[in-house]
Design a protein around this ligand. Structure first.
Ligand code: NAP
Length: 309
């Protein structure tokens, strides 16, 4: 059993910010990365709304700088996945990865959120063969090709714009006739020559032979069904919190986001949460950084108050 003062779960902006604050407080935190090192922002090509970067930056660069900053102050990274936790007995809290068991006096949960799937026929079969949830990772493979993007939020437009660097045409298929994305992104997307929009339309099936060849879509107003030939389907229809590990142990809302108070404390004292795991509202790098910093500060205070009792 490895004993730690603070364990941080998750390696996105919230996790690294908590690591910067707890390492500067001499708590020597251990950050366990989870499946996706760097979290969602690490698969985001362009970040242009994070303060302090007037020219913009990329997700991987930003999260890697955060890691370097935390490690400089003594944070340690363990690339592994926590597969079991027991928070029911209070501090020290039990956690287990594929290779090690841990006990930590305090825990900061920053496990983030993952892309939602459409749940249509062909989606799972063609992952890696034309279906993707990551334009940054896969866009390069669609040079000169025709792709569709599903969704009408910030992610759909941002990643769609990124895809115009490679693809010859990017069609955004959205279930309504109004976009959810912010005004600046909408303006850029609507005026981009390579982008076009298919409104009031749902993807019902993804077809192909070994790789994606078409999507079957239904116009939700007229009911008309059509087949649109395409080489790639990029799906951006939202995210769900990575909270299954904490089922029955930490209080959650009806969408399974962790519930925290103003001090970033979960329903278990000594277990804090930050970033998208507890934030269905803002979900920005900047807000996750703020919440991670707050959780780091509160974990340190909780530990010192406990020690002085
Ligand atoms: P989102 O804002 O929840 O948008 C999801 C989109 O997918 C919506 O347009 C939604 O349609 C559509 N959708 C949902 N379920 C669907 C289904 N089953 N079939 C078809 N379409 C479906 O998710 P997101 O774009 O991933 O963004 C998540 C959060 O991250 C947001 O808070 C966003 O602001 C933030 N974000 C910010 C930036 C940035 O600021 N640069 C970049 C990326 C993400 P409806 O509109 O009809 O609901």
């Amino acid at each position: 059993m490895q004993k730690e003062k603070v364990i941080i779960l998750g390696s996105g902006p919230a996790g690294w910010s908590a690591a910067i604050y707890t390492s500067r407080a001499n708590l020597n935190p251990l950050l366990i990365s989870g499946n996706e090192l760097g979290g969602q922002v690490s698969i985001t090509y362009e970040v242009e709304n994070y303060p302090g970067f007037p020219q913009g930056t990329t997700g991987p660069e930003l999260v890697d700088s955060m890691r370097q900053q935390a490690e400089k102050f003594g944070a340690r990274l363990e690339i592994n996945e926590v597969i079991e936790v027991d928070f029911t007995k209070g501090s020290p809290f039990y956690m287990k990865t594929h290779s090690q068991e841990y006990e930590a006096d305090a825990v900061i949960v920053a496990t983030g959120a993952s892309p939602v799937r459409l749940g249509v026929s062909g989606e799972s079969d063609f992952i890696g063969r034309g279906v993707s949830f990551c334009a940054t990772c896969d866009g390069f493979f669609f040079r000169g090709k025709d792709v569709v993007v599903v969704g009408g939020g910030d992610s759909a437009l941002e990643e769609g714009l990124f895809l115009t660097k490679y693809a010859s045409a990017v069609r955004v298929i959205h279930r309504r006739d109004m976009l959810r994305a912010g005004a600046a992104l909408q303006r850029r997307a609507l005026t981009n020559d390579k982008m076009s929009f298919v409104w009031d339309t749902a993807v019902e099936r993804i077809n192909g032979n070994g790789k994606v060849q078409a999507v079957e879509v239904r116009n939700l107003k007229s009911g008309a069904v059509e087949t649109l030939p395409t080489d790639g389907v990029f799906i951006y229809v939202g995210h769900h919190p990575n909270s299954s590990l904490f089922e029955g142990q930490l209080a959650m809302d009806e969408h399974r986001y962790l519930i925290t108070d103003k001090k970033m404390t979960t329903s278990v004292p000594g277990v804090f949460a930050a970033g998208e795991i507890q934030d269905p509202l803002y979900r920005q790098v900047a807000t996750s950084v703020g919440q991670g910093s707050a959780a780091g500060i509160m974990a340190e205070r909780w530990l010192s108050e406990r020690a002085s009792r």
